[in-house]
Design a protein around this ligand. Structure first.
Ligand SMILES: *Cc1c(COP(=O)(O)O)cnc(C)c1O
Length: 419
C-alpha cells in the first residue's frame, strides 16, 4: 500500500489496513490468470479512492436532482466523451454500477417481463445475464439459448439463425465469459436484423482488446454495446452502455431512474482515467501483447499434450479440457493456486461433469501482460502448470514452484501495487 495511504488507514482500522496489504502481497506474488481480472493503475486507484464518493448526483449532466454538481457534471461528461471517442459510439452511458446492472438496464429499456430474449447458454460460454435460468434474466423473461457446435466448439450460426427465426426474440445477445475465439458480430447483427431483434453485443471481457483494435469492434453493427470497465479495459469495477443515438433516451431512462439511484461518481472518475489510458499507444501494445501471450501460452500447453477448447485462442483467454490429464478442473485449480498460479475451474462445452467440479479450467493473460510479462514468461508458466497438474498432491513441488514464481514476479512490477 502507498505509505501515505497506510498512514491514514492503519491508525483508524489496523485490521482492514493489514488485510489490504496482505491482498496486495498476494496479488503481487502470484501469477494471476483469471481471465476477467487485471491490475488497475495507481492513477485509476487514486481517482476511485477520492472525495467523489461523498456526492449524490441522480440524473445526468445538466439535468440533476441535486445541487452542487458543478464539478461532477464535468467529470461525467468528460468520461462519456472519452468513451464515445475511444469506441466510436454515438452515445455512452457511464453510470451502470457494473456489467450485470448494465445488461439489466438493456432489458428494462427494450423488453417486458415474459417476452422472448436470446443469448448464449452459460455452459457454452455465455453470461448469467444473457438469460440463464438461475438469473433474473432467465426467470422474468422467456429466454432461449444457443450453444456451440459439438464438433469444433464454435458458435453455430445456422443454429442461431434457425432459433431466432423460430422464436423471434426481442433481444439478441452476443458475447460471453469463456469464448476463446473472435466473435463474428456482423453475423449476429444480420440475424438480428432479419428477425427484428435489438442486437446487444456484450464486450465485458474484450473491451480493452476492442478499444485497441486487437478484436473487431461491434460498435458499427450493434444496436447496443454493454461492457464492464475492469476486465481487459483495466479500469475500476464498473459498467458502461454504448448505443446508437436512436436508443439514447431508452437506455438513459432505463439506467436512471429505471434501475439505479445515484451514480458512483468516484468510479466514473476512475473510468475516465482508464479511458484516457486506453487511448495511448502503450495501451495498444498491451492489448496486442495480451493476444500474443495467450497464443504463446496455448502453444506451450498444447506442446505438453494439453487439450484446449477450439484448439487454441484468438483473444485473451484459453479454456483447457483436463480430461486427458485425468484430473478435474477443481482439483487442478486448487493445486495450481497452492503453487502460486491463480485461475478458475470452468465448465467446458458439453461437460459431462457437474458445474461445481467441471472438466476444465479457464486461463487469461490480461493481468500478466499488465505486468510486462511476454512470450518467454508464458512458456515458463506453461511448464509450471504442466508440472503441477501432473502432480496435484505433491505439496513440496507446489511450494518450490510458488517460490520460483515469487522470484519471477519480483522482476515484473504490478501496476498500482507498491510492495
Ligand atoms: C463479467 C461479465 C458481466 C458481468 O459483470 P459484473 O461486473 O460481474 O456484473 C457481464 N457480461 C459478461 C460477458 C461478462 O464477462
Amino acid at each position: 500500500m502507498h505509505p501515505a495511504l497506510y498512514q491514514t488507514l492503519h491508525p483508524v482500522d489496523p485490521e482492514i489496513a493489514d488485510l489490504i496489504v496482505a491482498e496486495e502481497r498476494r496479488q503481487h506474488d502470484k501469477i494471476r490468470l483469471i481471465a476477467s481480472e487485471n491490475y488497475a493503475s495507481a492513477a485509476v486507484l487514486a481517482a476511485t479512492g477520492s472525495v467523489l464518493t461523498n456526492q449524490y448526483s441522480e440524473g445526468y449532466p445538466g439535468k440533476r436532482y441535486y445541487e452542487g454538481q458543478q464539478v461532477i457534471d464535468q467529470i461525467e461528461a468528460l468520461c462519456a466523451a472519452r468513451a464515445r471517442a475511444l469506441f466510436g459510439a454515438d452515445h455512452a452511458n457511464v453510470q451502470p454500477y457494473s456489467g450485470s446492472p448494465a445488461n439489466l438496464a438493456v432489458y428494462l429499456a427494450f423488453v417486458k417481463p415474459g417476452e422472448t430474449v436470446m443469448g448464449m447458454a452459460l455452459p457454452a460460454g455465455g453470461h448469467l445475464t444473457h438469460g440463464w435460468n438461475v438469473s433474473a434474466t432467465g426467470t422474468w423473461f422467456r429466454a432461449v439459448q444457443y450453444g456451440v457446435r459439438r464438433d469444433n466448439h464454435r458458435i453455430d450460426f445456422d443454429e442461431v439463425r434457425d432459433l431466432a427465426r423460430r422464436e423471434r426474440p426481442r433481444l439478441l445477445f452476443a458475447g460471453g465469459t469463456a469464448i476463446p475465439r473472435t466473435i463474428d458480430f456482423a453475423a449476429f447483427a444480420e440475424i438480428a436484423r432479419e428477425v427484428g431483434a435489438i442486437f446487444v453485443a456484450d464486450i465485458a471481457h474484450i473491451a480493452g482488446l476492442v478499444a485497441a483494435g486487437a478484436h473487431p469492434s461491434p460498435v458499427p453493427v450493434a444496436d447496443v454495446v454493454t461492457t464492464t470497465t475492469h476486465k481487459t479495459l483495466r479500469g475500476p469495477r464498473g459498467g458502461m452502455i454504448l448505443c446508437r443515438s436512436a436508443h439514447q433516451k431508452a437506455i438513459d431512462r432505463a439506467v436512471f431512474p429505471g434501475l439505479q439511484g445515484g451514480p458512483h461518481n468516484h468510479t466514473t472518475a476512475g473510468i475516465a482515467v482508464a479511458l484516457r489510458e486506453a487511448a495511448t499507444a502503450e495501451f495498444g501494445r498491451y492489448a496486442h501483447q495480451i493476444v500474443a501471450n495467450a497464443r504463446a501460452l496455448a502453444a506451450a500447453l498444447v506442446e505438453r499434450g494439453w487439450s484446449l477448447v477450439t484448439g487454441g485462442t484468438d483473444n485473451h483467454l484459453l479454456l483447457a479440457d483436463l480430461t486427458p490429464k485425468r484430473i478435474s478442473g477443481k482439483v487442478a485449480a486448487r493445486a495450481l493456486d497452492a503453487a502460486g498460479i491463480e485461475l478458475n475451474y470452468n465448465t467446458i462445452p458439453f461437460d459431462p461433469r457437474k458445474p461445481f467440479d467441471p472438466s476444465g479450467i479457464r486461463l487469461g493473460t490480461p493481468s500478466v501482460t499488465s505486468r510486462g510479462m511476454a512470450e518467454a514468461e508464458m512458456r515458463q508458466v506453461a511448464a509450471w502448470m504442466d508440472a503441477v497438474v501432473s502432480a496435484p498432491d505433491d505439496a513440496a513441488l507446489h511450494a518450490r514452484i510458488a517460490g520460483e514464481i515469487r522470484e519471477l514476479c519480483a522482476k515484473f512490477p504490478a501496476p498500482g501495487i507498491l510492495v
